[in-house]
Every structure is written in structure tokens, then in C-alpha cells.
Design a protein around this ligand. Structure first.
Ligand code: PMP
Length: 355
């Protein structure tokens, strides 16, 4: 008897490994540093704004997410038509591949990078072209430009790169864009943009205004602390944003998510102060690790990367023992989010002892 069969490539979709929750141990607080979340609790004003949506849960959300589009357009001084909101920025990655790739088309990205990239690419029947990151965790933009073929539809640039940490500079991005044919879409994944503190940082908004083949993806999950609500947005030229909206899931951003995102934009200053504190903690952690002899790459997101090879599982276990849950990548390394001060202290202790 035959049963319904999914497309052949569905079986090839790699699993998405979510960060584990903290291990519960009697008498010990355990911290989750495995998903690059924001450790701060929601602002009371954001909770209050969301309550209006909770009582309306029997109704569909505003499908046009009008308030959110308007708020984003005003905050970033872009036309509403250049925006597309989605169920997290991961939703936008799926939509980009769906809207631009036919089966067999190629999507070029650095590796290791955000693990959802090959998942979204395979799910759409397209082909992933992985270009290894350099020894210091940076994108090898020259090799990525060399990897472009007649079948390439999209290049994903993840900056700062999850999980290795470094960000590309504007000059590097400009030199890269000069080598990319105009029919290839360049997606700049700026999930951690608010955490970047470096010379010559990428100005994504200015870059998309200069290039008809550049789109930015951003999220409310990290700096804005709304990971649980799933809101992301893309900023790009009119036809690209329109294509993203066309393939979007109807009602993909819930009422509570829209309300929380709008309120968070209104309270951006307060939220960015928290980002500043996390950046200070990141500096403290990176300096502490380097003082202890660790050669960690430049960290421009809210996380640090430990290249550990076959010691990865042992490191994750040692961290777990100390009450911090990290994100191991088997045989490669561990990514550890910057969290509460106490959690970061514990990381420094574990790492110093593990050396
Ligand atoms: N891009 C990168 C580089 C990420 O690390 C993440 C989250 N881990 C995302 C996109 C997706 O974030 P979200 O779907 O929560 O917006």
C-alpha cells in the first residue's frame, strides 16, 4: 500500500537544534546561555501594552500589521513599502528563499553560520553552498564572491556571525558588493546589529539605499527581548519587500507580538541602555577569557564562541555542572550567550578551570 510521500528533499532537511533549557538542580540557580536571548525581563510598559491583545485573542490580528509597519517606517525613516514583517527573522529567511529560488538554485552562505540557513534552503528545494569561515571566525567574503555561479540566487551575509561572533566592516561589504552580479540578492542578516561596537561598522540602511539587490533582516528577539513573541522585519528595495510580503504567512505576526514590538520601538532608548550593559558585560567576559589564555574570536553579538573540537561535549558538561547551559556544536565548539552578571561570572570560572 502506498502512503502519501513528502518531496524527496524533505527527508534531507537538517534538524534545528534549539538551545537546551537550564538543568534544574536543588539549591542552585541555573542560567540559560544557549539561545542568545536577552536576559532582562520584559519592561512593565511592554507587558501592559500586550494585555490589550490578550483580551482580543478570539479575533485574528491586523493582517496588515499597520501600526507596526508605520512605527518601523518612522523609526528607521524608510517607506512602508520597503518593509516586510514576519514570524521572526527566521521567517524572513524562509520567505526569501521561497520567493527567489527555484529548485536547484544556489544559496551561498558562510559556514559555520546560522543553522536555519541550510534548513530553509533545503526546505525550498534549493541548494546550499557553504563557504568556510576564516580561522578567526570572520566571513571569507572573497571566497563567497568566488562561489557565485549562474545558479546563485541569494548570498546570505550574517553580521555579526552566529555562532563565531565577528562582524564585517562597511569597506569589506562594499568591496564584496562590487563583485556580486546585480541579479544576485544579497541578504544582510543583522539579527545582532544593535550589539555591534567596532570601527567602520556596516550601515545597513545606507547600503540598501545604494543597492537594488540588498535586503536587511532584523529581529525583535535579541536587543528588544521579544524572542518568545516571534517578530522580525526586512528592509529592502520595493520589489524585494513586496515579494516577501507576497509569500508571507497570513496573520503570521500575532496581535500580542505586534503590540509588544510597537511598544518596544517606543521604548527603544530604555531597551538600548540594556544592550549597552550587555555590551559592557561582553567586554568583561571576552577580556577575562583572553586573560585566562583563551583565544576567543572578536565578539560583536551577544555571545562568545569557543573553538573546542573534540572537547566540546566536555566543556558543555562542565558548564552544566556549574549551572550554565551553553550551546554545543558537536566536534566544533560551543557558543555561550552573554547573560546575567552572575551567569557570566560562572562562565569565566568554568572557562578558566577548563583551560
Ligand atoms: N539570524 C541570526 C543570525 C540568528 O542568530 C537568529 C536567531 N538565533 C535569527 C536570524 C532568527 O531570529 P528570530 O527568528 O528570533 O528573529
Amino acid at each position: 500500500m502506498t502512503t502519501p510521500q513528502p518531496r524527496a528533499n524533505v527527508a534531507e532537511i537538517p534538524p534545528y537544534v534549539a538551545g537546551k533549557p537550564p538543568t534544574v538542580r536543588p539549591g542552585m540557580t541555573s542560567y540559560k546561555l544557549s539561545s542568545n536571548e536577552n536576559p532582562y525581563p520584559p519592561l512593565p510598559g511592554v507587558i501592559a501594552a500586550v494585555q490589550a491583545g490578550v483580551v482580543a485573542m478570539n479575533r485574528y490580528p491586523d493582517m496588515g500589521a499597520t501600526m507596526l509597519y508605520d512605527a518601523l517606517a518612522e523609526k528607521f525613516d524608510v517607506p512602508v513599502g520597503h518593509l516586510s514583517v514576519a514570524t521572526g527573522s527566521v521567517g524572513l529567511i524562509y520567505q526569501l528563499v521561497q520567493a527567489f529560488c527555484d529548485p536547484g538554485d544556489e544559496v551561498v552562505f558562510a559556514w559555520r553560520s546560522f543553522e536555519a540557513y541550510p534548513i530553509a534552503v533545503t526546505a525550498a528545494g534549493a541548494t546550499s553552498v557553504r563557504v568556510p569561515v576564516l580561522a578567526d571566525g570572520r566571513h571569507d567574503l572573497d571566497a563567497m564572491a568566488d562561489a557565485i555561479t549562474d545558479r546563485t540566487k541569494i548570498v546570505l551575509v550574517c553580521t555579526p556571525n552566529n555562532p563565531t561572533g565577528p562582524a564585517v566592516t562597511q569597506s569589506e561589504l562594499d568591496a564584496f558588493l562590487a563583485r556580486v552580479p546585480s541579479h544576485v540578492l544579497v541578504v544582510v542578516d543583522e539579527a545582532y546589529v544593535e550589539f555591534v561596537r567596532m570601527d567602520d561598522p556596516v550601515d545597513g540602511l545606507a547600503t540598501y539605499r545604494r543597492h537594488e539587490n540588498v535586503v536587511l533582516t532584523r529581529t525583535f528577539s535579541k536587543a528588544y527581548g521579544l524572542a518568545g513573541f516571534r517578530v522580525g522585519y526586512a528592509v529592502g528595495p520595493d520589489p524585494i519587500a513586496a515579494a516577501l510580503r507576497a509569500v508571507s504567512l497570513p496573520f503570521g505576526v500575532s496581535t500580542v507580538a505586534q503590540l509588544a514590538a510597537v511598544e518596544s520601538l517606543a521604548r527603544q532608548e530604555e531597551l538600548l541602555e540594556r544592550v549597552e550593559a550587555l555590551v559592557a558585560e561582553r567586554t568583561r567576559v571576552v577580556n577575562g577569557l583572553r586573560d585566562a589564555g583563551w583565544d576567543v574570536p572578536e565578539a560583536q553579538g551577544n555571545f562568545v564562541w569557543f573553538e573546542l573540537g573534540d572537547r566540546t561535549a566536555d566543556f558543555a558538561a562542565a558548564a552544566d555542572e556549574a549551572g550554565i547551559v551553553v550551546r554545543p556544536f558537536a566536534g566544533e565548539g560551543a557558543r555561550v550567550s552573554i547573560g546575567e552578571v552572575e551567569a557570566n561570572d560562572r562562565l569565566l570560572q568554568v572557562a578558566a578551570a577548563f583551560r
